[in-house]
Design a protein around this ligand. Structure first.
Ligand code: NDP
Length: 331
């Protein structure tokens, strides 16, 4: 498959270029708002062409799909343009700044008959898939609670729009809470119904929150706790799923790499759980390509992206108002 990259971003250079190539695909061009950045990005990542002209890139019949990894406020317009040009879309999270934007993107893709996916990488990790399989198999009985520990330290190189530009979609809630929402939905197979939350600026955020804690109620009665931050250098990451018959401890698994460990604890004792170590992003790209070929769905669909954004928006509203919010998933 031949791709155009929209956005000369860190995630594209650090992970996605390698993922496309590992899946046997080609990157034919990169589109950036800056000619200089586009040229530097293309050279550094061995991409044969670059442009600031999105329409020209989309007019290339040789481009089958686009990967959108610009800042968050640009995803909506860029995705609509790509869909109108008949391209399949792999879009970064959050899909948009509002639920209406995300819904419009997914509806447009559905109407155009193109594949639209959200780059929620964590559901592509072997560790998360192993946890989900354990939960689904009933090994821990009825799920009582899920705790997600996703307080990290934002690298200096990324301490730009994420921490100081609300207009670009900055803040830890659009950045990390969306991932945690997707994790909860993926692991438990149900959608958060209501949320309570608090957020804070604890050293990095300028006009946007850099930390959040929230509790979500699930339809089954299970409770989810989610903690996100940009300011925690030594916290480590992980998740725990607790059930009536056992608990699963997954340490170091809220990450971009296939790392960490998963342990199952039941009345029978403690067991280390093996999991696949495939690159998360390559798994996502391969599954996207199969969907384009008519074989199943992408790892995370557009509807998954709408749902994760809906939860994040509810968390932000709950934190701002100090009141419980019902998650509005839309029609
Ligand atoms: P970056 O800040 O690296 O890049 C975002 C945009 O900023 C680029 O598209 C580019 O604009 C501009 N830019 C990049 N580098 C420079 C520079 N040196 N000088 C001036 N402008 C620059 O963002 P990230 O890669 O961290 O995130 C991009 C998107 O990907 C976001 O939506 C984010 O939420 C998502 N993301 C997803 C991850 C995942 O695992 N799914 C992980 C990390 C990010 P232009 O578009 O004009 O080229």
């Amino acid at each position: 498959m031949r791709w155009a990259l929209i956005g000369a971003s860190t995630i594209a250079s650090q992970f996605m270029c390698a993922a496309f190539r590992a899946a046997g695909h080609q990157i034919v061009t990169v589109v950036s708002g800056s000619a200089d950045l586009a040229a530097r990005f293309a050279e550094a990542n061995a991409i044969p062409a670059c442009t600031t002209d999105l329409a020209a890139a989309l007019a290339d019949p040789g481009v089958a799909a686009v990967y959108i990894s610009s800042t968050n406020e640009k995803h909506h317009a860029q995705a609509l343009a790509a869909i109108a040009a008949g391209k399949h879309v792999l879009c970064e999270k959050p899909l948009g700044l509002t639920l209406a934007e995300a819904q419009q993107m997914v509806a447009a893709a559905d109407a155009a008959g193109v594949v639209f996916a959200t780059n929620h990488h964590l559901r592509c990790s072997g560790s998360h898939r192993a946890v989900r399989d354990l939960v689904a198999s009933g090994r821990i009985g009825r799920v009582l609670s899920l705790r997600i520990f996703h307080a990290v330290h934002l690298p200096v190189t990324l301490q730009g729009w994420r921490i100081n530009d609300a207009g670009a979609g900055g803040g830890v809630i659009p950045d990390i809470t969306v991932h945690n929402a997707d994790v909860a939905r993926f692991l438990l197979g149900e959608d958060p119904q209501t949320v309570v939350a608090q957020s804070a600026t604890s050293g990095m955020g300028q006009g946007v929150e850099d930390s959040a804690m929230s509790v979500w109620s699930m339809p089954s009665g299970a409770m989810v706790f989610a903690h996100e931050s940009f300011t925690h250098p030594f916290a480590g990451s992980g998740l725990e799923v607790h059930g009536t018959e056992g608990s699963i401890f997954a340490r170091g698994v809220m990450t971009q790499r296939p790392l960490g460990e998963v342990e199952l604890v039941t009345a029978g004792g403690r067991t280390s759980v093996p999991f696949a170590s495939d690159d998360l992003y390559t798994v996502a790209v391969r599954q996207f390509a199969r969907a384009v070929a008519g074989q199943g769905q992408p790892a995370a669909t557009g509807h998954d992206g709408i749902a994760s954004l809906a939860v994040a928006l509810a968390v932000r509203q709950a934190a701002r108002t100090g009141t419980r919010q019902t998650v509005q998933y839309g029609a």
